[in-house]
Design a protein around this ligand. Sequence first.
Ligand code: FDP
Length: 352
Amino acid sequence: MINSPDPSRITTIERHILDEQYHYPEATGALTNLLYDLALAGKIIASRITRAGLIDILGHAGVVNVQGEEMMKLDEFADHTIISLHDHTGRLAVMVSEEHLDLIPIPERYPLGKYVLLFDPLDGSSNIDFNVSIGTIFAIYRRITEEGPGTLADCLRPGHEMVAAGYIIYGGSTMLVYTTGHGVHGFTLDPSVGEFLLSHPNIQIPQAPKYYSANQGYELYWSAGIRRYTHYLQGSDGQRKRLLLRYVGSLVGDFHRTLLSGGVFYYPSDTQDPHKPHGKLRLLYEAAPLAFVAEQAGGYASDGTRNILDIQPESLHQRTPLFIGNRDLVEKAEEFIREYDRGQPTAETVES
Ligand code: FDP
């Protein structure tokens, strides 16, 4: 039986975020509150996900439930929850979501703030029906325009300008992992008290990696460099001790495991779909925030040729190849790409 947490030994996310604020004497508290709002969104989304398996008896998306409310699909629900918790607080100038083609403006009736929030409300959604871990990813920047509604220029920023980033994983338990540039900290939701409690302070990627993670179903479409890199990770070229393969197919799940166990996750360019020449993952609200987390945990993220955090985005939904995890393993991928795939294009700028 698990006892109730001992209040003298627990750190709630609220207290932790407040303590972080002391690193910035000039802070107004807006970022602190923005992070609380995200934690609250995470709790609401988690409670809805917990009931996802009951959808057949509670009603499908598009169907009116017993209260006369129309049931929303989970990804729409997550998107709606995050937007409605953030649009009126006066902390944001504009938002970007994976679910919306264009910028999400702050309604005119509400005050504008100095931050910009970019998010993927429910990443890994093809796993929803199978009770497999899914997540929310977020990135926060300070706006650069001086006044008025936030613009594209406030959002199309290289990752190294980010002030905070993180993710919420809805798995066996719900966890929120975030960084404001002072290490990476993980909190587990204790459903009995409804609070995120500090469970993983100062996360560092273990130096002895365990796993590599990629969808090897695409190997046929990979470049020579990526195929050779994979053989290197498998130890079959005799250059290193083999790593074991794990692949959830949900970026947050695969990244979270990589962060805690060491290893590398990659979703490279492939030739399968001419509309997606550089893989599937999005730069602004998938690759970049996780790259910030990885770097703060002692790891590294690359598009195969350069640091993900150095890429200047050109469009909101642009895709990028991603290699993320232990620094030496990611740099090894860059090495293989340099050697065998010379001249490969990197981040794509086409909207699709
Ligand atoms: P999904 O399509 O299920 O939303 O970016 C989306 C994503 O999942 C990532 O979470 C995941 O890493 C990747 O796509 C899985 O793609 P494959 O099915 O092509 O492996």
